[in-house]
Design a protein around this ligand. Structure first.
Ligand SMILES: NC(=O)C1=CN([C@@H]2O[C@H](COP(=O)(O)OP(=O)(O)OC[C@H]3O[C@@H](n4cnc5c(N)ncnc54)[C@H](OP(=O)(O)O)[C@@H]3O)[C@@H](O)[C@H]2O)C=CC1
Ligand SMILES: O=C(CO)COP(=O)(O)O
Length: 320
């Protein structure tokens, strides 16, 4: 098989469906053999109930077999990436390992590409990110993503390998910038959800998106990313999508916090761990990240939403 998708959640399955629909040679691995067997039988992933798995899409329960493909798409939650890489015995020599997850690993303080480089030094790390809800991709709605790979020639190969009729892929060499945009926009989306859930209005949300974007640029610059990457699909594009749609789990989680309602704890909400990582980075690097650190303080239960609002609004006035 040419492409293996590792992670049979909503996003991994959506990517596998889109690629298989185009006749690409693709297999989907997940950690739960019973769930995989059921998916192979029904040709439906309950996380994407409206999409049928194309006939050519192979469901693969064996991780080592899946890991033999030249291209691997890693689509598991960020905090599980390191464990997944550890579980693969093969060195992945020369294989392209494309991170499709959005976040910062709390143990190392790095994004997925650095985890891949550290744990599988013989592999070629890349990142696929940008504004794209799994259900949109699975329905075949048009989507544009950024494929970032430091090696330009390999990046171009991956771009061609992964682009589909409705999945338009732009290329970048800025892996750090692309993955930071995808990670950080989730924190801002939680903040925007809080504002809407607390009924503070869409003007406040626009302010948070803009000032949140300034924080994203500040972090990216400090981490050595190209500032223009942040205004592309992986940064501004994904920020716009995630902060304004209740299809987003990060946004919905924020809305529940703002409204004081329950939220299903099993839902993947990457912004919570990323906010924690950003609070650590703000402290270590002496960076001013008021929105990220406030989201972290709310998520950790250190302050309430009204206290957070009060804190943010009473900050000294400054130049934009
Ligand atoms: N959903 C979306 O629209 C998009 C998601 N993403 C990103 O994709 C990543 C995955 O999200 P998504 O697919 O939506 O999440 P889901 O919650 O839909 O699925 C997560 C999947 O990861 C599996 N998983 C969890 N822990 C492990 C582990 N230790 N080893 C192997 N598999 C594991 C889960 O398995 P099990 O079912 O057995 O628990 C589940 O199949 C996230 O980083 C997210 O930000 C990016 C763009 C869009
Ligand atoms: O990253 C996404 C869209 O680009 C999905 O967002 P959520 O994880 O908030 O659902």
């Amino acid at each position: 098989m040419t492409i293996s998708v590792l992670g049979a959640g909503a996003f991994g399955t959506a990517l596998a469906i889109a690629l298989a629909r185009e006749g690409r040679d693709v297999q989907l691995w997940g950690r739960n053999p019973d769930a995989l067997a059921e998916m192979a039988r029904t040709r439906v992933n309950p996380k994407l109930p409206d999409a049928t798995l194309p006939e050519g899409l192979l469901i693969q329960p064996d991780l080592e077999l899946a890991a033999q493909s030249p291209t691997l798409l890693v689509a598991v939650p960020m905090q599980t990436v390191s464990g997944l890489l550890d579980n693969i015995d093969a060195s992945l020599n020369g294989q392209r390992v494309v991170a499709c997850c959005k976040g910062i690993d709390l143990t190392t303080g790095t994004g997925p590409s650095q985890l891949i480089a550290r744990q599988k030094p013989d592999a070629v790390p890349a990142v696929l990110t940008g504004p794209s809800f799994a259900s949109d991709i699975a329905q075949g709605l048009p989507t544009a993503l950024t494929l970032a790979c430091a090696d330009e020639a390999l990046g171009e190969q991956l771009q061609n390998e992964l682009a589909c009729a409705v999945l338009r892929i732009y290329r970048s060499k800025d892996v750090i910038g692309a993955e930071l945009g995808g990670a950080l926009k989730n924190v801002v989306a939680v903040a925007c959800g809080i504002v809407i859930g607390a009924k503070l209005g869409v003007s406040a949300r626009a302010a948070l998106m803009t000032r949140g974007f300034a924080e994203m640029q500040r972090v990216a610059e400090r981490m050595g990313a190209n500032p223009t990457t942040l205004v592309g699909l992986s940064g501004l594009g994904d920020l716009a999508l995630t902060c304004c749609s209740d299809q987003s789990r990060n946004y919905r989680f924020g809305m529940a916090l703002g409204a004081g309602t329950e939220f299903d704890k099993t839902t993947t909400v990457e912004g919570v761990a990323t906010a924690k990582a950003m609070a650590d980075i703000a402290q270590k690097e002496g960076l001013d990240l008021p929105i990220c650190t406030t989201v972290n303080a709310i998520c950790e239960g250190h302050i309430t939403v009204p206290e957070a609002l009060n804190q943010l609004l009473s900050r000294p006035l400054k130049e934009e």
